[in-house]
Design a protein around this ligand. Structure first.
Ligand SMILES: *Cc1c(COP(=O)(O)O)cnc(C)c1O
Length: 379
């Protein structure tokens, strides 16, 4: 049987693929700028990428300096325990160093929590329109994802608490949520946490925490004392402008942090990321400027949507999701925007079929987007 040994060999290992991976679809990131530049034969600098909620200011001076200073240590392994970064974070957050778990991006923490707490056949609960990575990490370990219908595009925390069964191990709550930009109040979260059994973990994803300016918006860390089953995750990828370096963290009770750190790969956060994150935390002016620019950009975009009679989901984050009228197909408009050198994010896979998500850019980038959108809608 030498003739078809190739096929036999290549398919023989497929039977061993773990069941959660068999049905897995890889995460679809925003289209990279250089990819579109190659496709259209354009200069990369002429492309506006508003697809991944990155910080449009670019890295701060202090971060650049920290990165250059780190170059000499390139041949050395990073500090596997992230001593300095954890010290600076703990001090800033008013928590014990032992409560922090560093991640290669905060996405790493989503993987840790499912690997620690979720077995094959268990359930995780999440909201409709929530971040796609929750479904991915849960599927890998063989869990069933229970998706709870959204209320006004946001998390219906009452319904999510009711969806918890004996098999539920983790509930994912995104505050504010991506891609809808919706958020939950302190009272809503407090009531929710009281309703969740203490044996069920709650992952409170606060990737856009720094952008929110609402008096009733809570810091998840407020709940840690009363609820040792909570893990709050934050990231340096958004307001801190370090998306390429992959660094985020979890804040939890000491017991939970100890468990999460057991599955954390050694050296998961590299030296450049650690040094840049320390510099970024201290650069409060950069974050403040980012937030102001975001508020102004949000105003610009919502004005433009109103002018174009486009419905949008009010957002407290650094992106906004808008609806195309029935006369226009979102994926056609996405493609047409690409032709104008503007990359936004299709969100059909988030159960928002005729919507697009756009990140808030610099004033110039926002103008490019608005002009291109007008041209696409008139075409
Ligand atoms: C961007 C984002 C993250 C952060 O991902 P990193 O791995 O830290 O870059 C986490 N959760 C949500 C909802 C996000 O949108």
């Amino acid at each position: 049987m030498t003739t078809n040994s190739q096929t036999t060999q290549s398919s023989s290992f497929k039977q061993h693929v773990v069941s959660g991976v068999k049905r897995l679809q890889p995460y679809k990131p925003g289209k990279p700028t250089d990819e579109l530049a190659r496709e259209l034969g354009l200069d990369e600098a002429s492309i506006v990428k508003l697809a991944s909620n990155e910080n449009p200011l670019g890295p701060s001076e202090r971060v650049r300096t920290a990165l250059v200073n780190e170059l000499d240590q390139t041949s050395r392994y990073p500090d596997g325990n992230g001593f300095v970064l954890k010290q600076v974070l703990a001090q800033r957050l008013g928590v014990d160093v032992g409560q922090i778990t560093l991640g290669n991006g905060s996405s790493d923490l989503l993987d840790f929590i499912t690997r620690v707490f979720v077995n094959d056949g268990d359930e995780v609960v999440m909201s409709q329109h929530a971040f796609a990575v929750y479904g991915l990490v849960a599927s890998v370990v063989g869990a069933t994802c229970v998706t709870v219908p959204a209320k006004n595009y946001g998390h219906d925390l009452t319904a999510m608490a009711k969806a918890i069964t004996d098999k539920t191990r983790v509930v994912f709550v995104t505050n504010p949520n991506n891609p809808t930009g919706t958020w939950n109040t302190r009272d809503e979260l407090s009531d929710f946490l009281k309703a969740v059994p203490s044996s069920v973990m709650v992952l409170l994803d606060e990737a856009y925490f720094e952008y929110v300016d609402e008096p009733d918006y809570p810091s998840g860390t407020e709940f840690l004392n009363d609820h040792p089953n909570v893990v709050v995750t934050r990231t340096f990828s958004k307001a801190y402008g370090l998306a390429s370096l992959r660094v985020g963290y979890g804040i939890s009770s000491l017991e939970v942090a100890d468990l999460l750190n057991r599955v954390r790969p050694p050296f998961n956060v590299n030296s450049y990321a650690q040094a840049a994150a320390v510099a970024a935390i201290q650069d409060t002016d950069y974050v403040a400027r980012s937030v102001v620019m975001n508020q102004q950009g949000m105003h610009m975009l919502t004005q433009a949507f109103a002018e174009l009679s486009l419905a949008f989901i009010p957002s407290v984050a650094n992106f906004i999701t808008f609806e195309l009228p029935a006369s226009h197909n979102a994926s056609d408009v996405y493609q047409a925007l690409l032709q104008h050198g503007v990359i936004v994010r299709p969100v059909a896979s988030y159960d928002l079929p005729n919507y697009l998500r756009v990140s808030i850019g610099t004033p110039e980038e926002n103008t490019r987007f608005i002009d291109a959108l007008k041209a696409c809608l008139q075409a």
